[in-house]
Design a protein around this ligand. Sequence first.
Ligand SMILES: NC(=O)C1=CN([C@@H]2O[C@H](COP(=O)(O)OP(=O)(O)OC[C@H]3O[C@@H](n4cnc5c(N)ncnc54)[C@H](O)[C@@H]3O)[C@@H](O)[C@H]2O)C=CC1
Ligand SMILES: O=C(O)C1=N[C@H](C(=O)O)C[C@H](O)C1
Length: 264
Amino acid sequence: MPTKVAINGAAGRMGQRLVALGCQDESLELVACFEYTGHPKFGKDAGEVAGVGELGLHLIEKTDEPYDAIIDFSVPEGAHAAVERAVAAKAALVMATTGLEDEHKAKIREAANVIPVVWAPSMSTTVNLTMKLCEIAGEALKDIPGGADVEILERHHRFKEDSPSGTALRFGELIADKMGITRHIHGREGRPGARPHDEIAYHAIRTGDNPGEHTIIFGLLGETIELTVRASNRDCYASGALQAAKFAAGKKPGLYNMNDVLGL
Ligand SMILES: NC(=O)C1=CN([C@@H]2O[C@H](COP(=O)(O)OP(=O)(O)OC[C@H]3O[C@@H](n4cnc5c(N)ncnc54)[C@H](O)[C@@H]3O)[C@@H](O)[C@H]2O)C=CC1
Ligand SMILES: O=C(O)C1=N[C@H](C(=O)O)C[C@H](O)C1
């Protein structure tokens, strides 16, 4: 039986790719495409909005159709609505929206007591693999003589609303955990003085239509290692999220991440 999937934020950049890839995947069935009622394309056919032709699925606010999983790529308020929809439908939730406030995060954790939730700032295979590599680097370099300076650069499209990216923040958390770093700073200006080793600095670049890239620098005295992971388009995130929906549907309640989905 195909996994019945609903998409929240279906007219967005990511929502459109989920519709486009989801409707070609025989192991799942798209049953609902949710959108914000104020969106100019609200009520239109989601397939036409996504550029794949009419699917008979309209951009709607609610449905009586049952679904096994809901995937959310929207905005913090939309994510909040997706959690409520998932709990009400007793469906699995794939939470991909970034830039969430503490109250939204608490709501997601609470939902994981009653439904399966896959929550990750990046659904991309190569990003999640790079996170593993950064954990290895952090562990190996934590006590290196002379110290290792960690800087995280991220580049995204001009339309992105949150900074730094959720992925950059997750890279920082994972490395900080391994290296025992507690100080996180965002950019530099003025005369901050010599750089201490026990900080991670984030730099967010916003240009054009960049679908997302991250570079994690471990700078030592005399040598440097940089790990770069780069999306060429959004399908790496969309296909990861569809895989996560299939993984989570029918699982027992709890919080899962992309390592669980990808077996990393
Ligand atoms: N975890 C991951 O792999 C990835 C996460 N993202 C994140 O996903 C989010 C969306 O990104 P984009 O698609 O580029 O943004 P977007 O702005 O193109 O799309 C967001 C969509 O959500 C809709 N929306 C707003 N309020 C809503 C509500 N209450 N209910 C349902 N839909 C609502 C908007 O109308 C819009 O169509 C961002 O937070 C982004 O950082 C993006 C790419 C990958
Ligand atoms: O907004 C985006 O585009 C992306 N957002 C996610 C993030 O904030 O980490 C993931 C990806 O980098 C694309």
